[in-house]
Design a protein around this ligand. Structure first.
Ligand code: GLU
Length: 448
């Protein structure tokens, strides 16, 4: 073990000691820190100024009570979070997640990932994440509204277009952003469009923001395949999830000539060998807010399988677009054995470290979430640009910008991996590229 490796190991041990029980955060830090040896070797000033240690400690963490009343008049209490992780490159930026599994460790892992992802976009945004342990499943529209209003009644004092700009994530879409923005506007007496992104295009939201994460992940996979002299045409694909990211990944895969044969939610997998019918999926999930199981009622030629079986279906390309740690080592082995050649992470950290190892060893083109799903937050930054200039751009123009940003991210990760002696390793490319950008800004600002 070199001296640099030893110092990285001791930084990781320190993070684990100081953030007890936050296993997802430990995992996210390990996955990045373990790849930074070569960059410390090349830039000793990063170690001297303790850049890694500082990056691993969030700049600020806010935890607050969110009381609200359900439809029966009963008082409910949830816990809200906002972690401003790093603002070296711009105002804190990152989504809000409403899900019962949310606790500080989840928000910190997501915030940490966001720092690097946002840096890789090349746009001026820092990294943050927030959310609540609120379960939107089965809640009425009025309950969602009351929850969002209560959440914003505390959050408003911590955010602002130059300070911190939240957006959506799991459980938070345009409806929730609408209620959050309404309450912010009312409390502050300011129509500050740029304080939230993922707004509806009717009142300040960017066209393409809804589609951007899924489209971006597919563009990234397309670029990885291009390097290998292949394309998406005719490829059989698996997309996990059936939320915002999955739906628009499926839409773009179909548009580019691939065929998505299965998708999933937390209860079921749906296999449709002719290709998932997007109109049905969109209506069930986006309009009627029903469960995926209802898909097979409308398409008797589709089959419903139990949750956890998705990665056993043979495919050429896999896009995990559901949630963290959904694709483990065994699933990765099955995918490889079945001939999968490319994996693009639409979700944040969906592949376990063991799964990533299997893909690397098998030579699968693997696009880590920090790079492959960065199209979402990049388009949020484009929304901020439009809000700042009081302008609105067309769908075509915005999508062109998104496509260009994703191509640049791919090229940057590819070239950085080659520069550091690991050609084709997008994990190393993404981590080092993001880290360097943040590190340079932190060095310039001194010890703050
Ligand atoms: N939650 C999204 C992500 O994981 C988007 C964040 C944003 O648009 O600010 O990148």
């Amino acid at each position: 073990m070199t001296r640099i490796d030893e110092s990285i190991e001791s930084i990781i041990a320190g993070v684990i000691r100081r953030n007890r029980g936050e296993t997802e955060f430990h995992q996210a830090v390990c996955e990045v820190a373990e790849t930074l040896g070569p960059v410390l070797q090349k830039h000793p000033q990063y170690a001297e100024h303790k850049i890694i240690e500082r990056i691993c400690e969030p700049e600020r963490q806010v935890i607050f009570r969110v009381p609200w009343q359900d439809d029966r008049g009963e008082v409910q209490i949830n816990r809200g979070f906002r972690v401003g992780f790093n603002s070296a490159l711009g105002p804190y930026k990152g989504g809000l997640r409403f899900h019962p599994s949310v606790y500080l460790g989840i928000i910190k892992f997501l915030g940490f990932e966001q720092v690097f992802k946002n840096a890789i976009t090349g746009l001026p945004i820092g990294g943050a994440k927030g959310g609540a342990d609120f379960d939107p499943k089965g809640k009425s529209d009025s309950e969602i509204m009351r929850f969002c209003q209560s959440f914003m009644t505390e959050l408003y004092r911590h955010i602002g277009e130059f300070t911190d700009v939240p957006a959506g994530d799991i459980g938070v879409g345009a409806r929730e952003i609408g209620y959050l923005f309404g309450q912010y506007k009312r409390i502050t007496n300011r129509y500050e469009s740029g304080v939230l992104t993922g707004k509806s295009p009717h009142w300040g939201g960017a066209l393409v923001r809804r589609e951007a994460t899924g489209y971006g992940a597919v563009y990234f996979v397309e670029e990885m395949l291009k390097v290998r002299g292949q394309g998406l045409e005719g490829k059989r694909c698996l997309v996990s999830g059936s939320g915002n990211v999955a739906i628009y990944a499926i839409e773009k895969l179909h548009a580019l000539g691939a065929r998505v044969v299965a998708c999933s939610d937390s209860d079921n997998v749906v296999v449709h060998p002719q290709g998932i019918r997007l109109e049905t999926l969109k209506r069930i999930k986006e309009v009627e807010r029903r469960r995926l199981a209802d898909y097979v009622v409308e398409h008797p030629d589709a089959e419903r399988l139990p949750a956890g079986t998705l990665w056993k279906i043979p495919c050429d390309v896999a896009l995990p677009c559901a949630t963290q740690n959904e694709l483990d080592e065994d699933s990765a082995r099955t995918l490889v054995a079945n001939g999968c050649v490319a994996v693009g992470e639409g979700a944040n950290m969906p592949t376990t470290p063991g799964g990533v190892r299997v893909f690397m060893e098998a030579g699968v083109a693997f696009g880590p979430g920090k790079a492959a799903n960065a199209g979402g937050v990049a388009t949020s930054a484009l929304e901020m640009q439009q809000n700042a200039s009081r302008d609105t751009w067309s769908f075509e123009h915005t999508e062109r910008r998104l496509h260009e940003i994703v191509r640049n991210i791919h090229r940057d990760c590819y070239e950085t991996a080659a520069e550091f002696g690991s050609p084709g390793n997008y994990v190393i490319g993404a981590n080092i590229s993001g880290f360097r950008r943040v590190a340079e800004a932190m060095l310039a600002f001194g010890v703050i």
